[in-house]
Design a protein around this ligand. Structure first.
Ligand code: FAD
Length: 338
């Protein structure tokens, strides 16, 4: 909250800190920063700041701390719980990380990427792919959410089973603390067993403990073989049984396993151009994906044999296995459109 005796002076200092091209003061241009995408959360703010580097973020936070001005860090503003939208008081400034969007270094040998927090997730995925590596975090908002937001929400996405949540994909962080100090911890070491793991405090903290300005991310080998299937399950309990079976017989090559119920499919059919995959209606479905960096992993036939066993056990009652990447993408649209 702004409690400074001279808020106008503080606002002017904040504007001078970022420079005339890097803030929005005109409320008519603030709409996308003050409302969430679903129209559930609405706020007000005197100023949207768009710093260009960590030093600017530090200077802003120092000023705000001294003047007791509330700060809302904002990434792509795709969060679903209103954490990126300021309150209606109109007393909090928004710090958008959108102009801190540089990839600083990609190291395909060490499987790491060092980058600024405002990088868009899909651009991070593409940059990794360009050097033959993969950044596995994937979610339907990937075209607009930012790495800083992903780390601050400990985002999950569709590949959590294999690669973990966002907090498991980070080796190092640079964070601006609430007093403006820059905490520098851009470590690239995997076997790092020194002292406290302070970075974990900021992952999933929704910006409450500091502003993430840079990160070192883990990269992985690109998958060379994939198998995707939509499976109709006999009941809800069978879903977890199928997951356990797939883990056991696929050499733990399961990347995604998404439960979808009939109500979701009905909504998709009613509200989008998507159609039922099966000629018959089922109550419970699992969208399954196996992947491996080995070209000869033969995942398609492995998936077929696990599903055959699941039919025999009465766990699964119907299945479609994608025969091409296009068909796999069609199955994934069910999940991504939800
Ligand atoms: C269509 C759709 C699908 C989605 N699917 C998923 C999904 O599968 N899994 C999932 O987990 N989420 C999902 N989400 C939610 C959302 O996309 C994620 O939470 C995403 O990680 C938010 O990133 P963002 O950059 O938009 O962050 P924002 O929404 O801008 O911010 C989210 C929170 O992080 C804070 N923050 C942002 N940047 C920083 C920073 N640099 N430092 C400190 N704090 C910061 C904000 O203050 C806020 O509290 C989905 C959203 C949509 C719209």
């Amino acid at each position: 909250m702004i409690t400074s005796s001279n808020p106008v002076e503080i606002i002017n200092q904040l504007k001078a800190t970022v420079g005339s091209q890097n803030y929005i003061e005109d409320t008519s241009q603030m709409e996308s920063y003050l409302n969430d995408a679903r129209g559930l959360f609405h706020g007000m703010s005197p100023l949207i700041l768009k710093p260009l580097n960590s030093e600017m973020v530090s200077a802003i936070v120092t000023l705000c701390n001294e003047a007791s001005i509330g700060i809302v860090p904002q990434g792509g503003n795709t969060g679903l719980v209103g954490g990126s939208v300021p309150s209606k008081s109109g007393l909090e400034v928004v710090i958008s990380l959108e102009r801190m969007n540089k990839i600083i270094d990609i190291d395909p040998i060490n499987y790491t990427m060092t980058l600024e927090a405002g990088c868009i997730l899909s651009e991070v995925q593409n940059a990794a792919r360009d050097v033959g590596r993969m950044f596995p975090l994937s979610l339907a908002a990937e075209g607009s959410c930012q790495i800083g937001g992903n780390l601050s929400t400990n985002a999950g996405g569709t590949a959590v089973l294999r690669y973990g949540n966002a907090k498991e994909l980070v080796l190092g962080l640079e964070v601006v603390l609430p007093d403006g100090t820059i905490m520098s911890g851009l470590r690239r070491l995997r076997k790092d067993n020194t002292g406290y793991d302070l970075k974990q405090l900021f992952l999933g903290a929704e910006g409450t403990l500091g502003i993430i300005t840079k990160a070192v991310l883990k990269l992985f080998p690109l998958p060379a073989d994939k198998a995707t299937s939509l499976v109709a399950m006999s009941d809800l309990a069978s879903t977890t049984k199928l997951l356990a079976k797939l883990r056991e017989f696929s050499g733990d090559n399961i990347t995604a396993f998404e439960y979808i119920d009939r109500a979701c499919i009905d909504i998709l059919i009613e509200q989008t151009d998507l159609e039922d995959v099966f000629s018959q209606k089922y109550q419970h479905y699992a969208l399954v994906e196996l992947s491996s960096s080995r070209q000869d992993a033969n995942l398609q036939s492995l998936l077929e044999s696990v599903l055959e066993a699941a039919f025999v056990d009465g766990i699964a009652i119907d299945a479609v296995i994608a025969s091409s990447e296009t068909q796999a993408a069609q199955l994934w649209r069910l999940r991504e459109t939800l």
